[in-house]
Design a binder for this molecule. Structure first.
Ligand code: ZN
Length: 455
């Protein structure tokens, strides 16, 4: 039994002071109430730890290495694509596991409690399946267990190189399956996640409308259980035009017309949606999975957050390429994108709730929904995904309630205030440091020395 005394707590009923939060042995919140017992921990500010709803763990190894331009000035993706394929010619299961452990540790130190891993690197170099079809999925589960992060494993179906159904080539062959083999891989991956801690779960991820054809999408949706469904939707203009040319509708229009999109769905990258598409998606109850730091890094565009939240839409945040793991920076970047577009301030704030409060509460609810995880709330029965922050510093000193959240997100020092993190009751960060930091970083550095990164 762990008993946390906190001076300020963000609860489903708003801010409360001097609460006792009790965690039971299963990793759930057993009680939230007045302080009555001797605590095991004293915390200044206690928040729900969020679920990071979109990650490709292995891409963490590329962070900072893809900022150059190539010979063709019109091709700004040159260095990103070159390094991605260079890595796909190299990465082994051991290396992927070490990179994933590093990125999951960084997520925990940033204040995330769980991650939905959109996992598409399935096969050996050259595209041959490993003897164990779910080898890489098992490595992701293993890395998550090493770090202690909560996991929703999303095995990805990736069949074609584009809407014209061209075959995968080069490094892409490591991603590929026909629907029949994918369903076998999916079943094995689901078993691997279920063999982990009791909070681990899984879902299904058709990669995009470019990588899966309509019949293949219908086939896997039919047979792959009832967990969350994640799919890349409308990230870049070229992607929207390709889907329009082949399916006769823009991706958001096509998906909403052809599938019963509801709360089970999480659509990743909604950067290229019209006003009407934004309002239509908001009405479905699906989660818009936003990755503002990666979307900024890749130049994808700006999500229409003001319209979407104005229409009651559900959203959450993911770190996607993992170019920079920072929960507070993700939230800030979405808000700043709205301000820069509209020449406004406090774009997402509502009457009575500050910008930071709106962003954080939306992210907590949407992240939990997208991950199929009973979390995102400091409430009896939920998983104890918690982040404790120190206020004895220049960022949070004498800041209360919404002002404290705004200071974490907009003041620039939020991450340095993260002191303690629990994931389903597992105490993974203490005094700002992950409990296995040294060993995990050492393994990651070994892999970074092994990998050829010249492009
Ligand atoms: Zn992605």
């Amino acid at each position: 039994m762990q008993i946390i005394h906190a001076k300020q707590v963000l609860t489903p009923n708003g801010w409360q002071s001097d609460l006792e939060v009790t965690l039971d042995a299963s990793g759930r919140i057993a009680d939230v109430g007045p302080q009555r017992h001797a605590p095991t921990d004293r915390i200044a500010l206690l928040l729900p730890a969020l679920l990071n709803l979109h990650s490709h763990a292995f891409q963490r190894a590329m962070a900072g290495l893809t900022e150059a331009r190539g010979p063709d000035p019109r091709d700004s993706f040159w260095s990103w694509r070159r390094l991605m394929y260079k890595f796909l010619d190299q990465l082994s299961p051991d290396q992927v596991e070490a990179i994933a452990a590093q990125v999951f540790m960084e997520m925990l130190e940033a204040g995330y409690g769980a991650v939905a891993e959109f996992h598409y690197l399935h096969h050996d170099v050259g595209g041959m399946p490993y003897d164990n079809l779910a080898e890489m999925s098992e490595r992701v589960v293993s890395a998550a267990m090493t770090s202690g992060i909560g996991l929703t494993l999303l095995p990805v179906q990736y069949q074609y190189g584009g809407c014209d159904l061209r075959p995968l080539n080069g490094g892409q062959q490591r991603f590929g399956n026909d629907p029949e083999r994918f369903l076998r891989l999916h079943a094995d991956a689901v078993r691997a996640a279920a063999a982990g801690p009791t909070d681990y779960t899984s879902g299904l991820a058709p990669h995009s409308l470019r990588a899966v054809d309509p019949a293949g999408l219908a086939a896997i949706l039919d047979q792959a259980g009832s967990g969350p469904v994640h799919m890349h939707l409308a990230e870049q203009v070229a992607e929207v035009n390709e889907v329009l040319a082949h399916l006769g509708a823009r991706p958001t229009e096509w998906l909403l017309d052809n599938h019963n999109v509801g709360q089970r769905w999480c659509l990743i990258h909604c950067t290229q949606m019209t006003e009407a598409e934004t309002a239509a998606l908001a009405k479905t109850g699906a989660v818009a999975g936003l990755c503002p730091l990666t979307e900024s890094n890749l130049g994808d565009g700006i999500f229409n957050g003001t319209t979407y939240l104005g229409q009651g839409g559900t959203l959450g945040f993911g770190s996607d390429s993992n170019v920079h793991i920072s929960l507070f920076e993700e939230l800030k970047t979405l808000e700043y994108s709205q301000r820069l577009r509209d020449l406004s301030r406090a774009a997402l704030a509502t009457e009575g709730r500050s910008t930071g409060r709106v962003l954080f509460e939306a992210a907590a609810k949407g992240g939990a929904q997208a991950g199929g995880r009973n979390s995102g709330r400091i409430e009896m029965g939920a998983w104890a995904d918690l982040v404790g922050l120190d206020d004895d510093n220049q960022w949070l000193c004498n800041r209360q309630g919404d002002a404290a959240l705004d200071s974490l997100i907009f003041g620039g020092g939020g991450q340095s205030c993260v002191r303690d993190v629990w994931s389903a009751g597992r105490r993974v960060v203490k005094e700002g440091r992950h409990f296995k930091r040294d060993a995990i970083v050492s393994n990651f550095k070994t892999v970074m020395r092994q990998l050829e990164t010249n492009i």
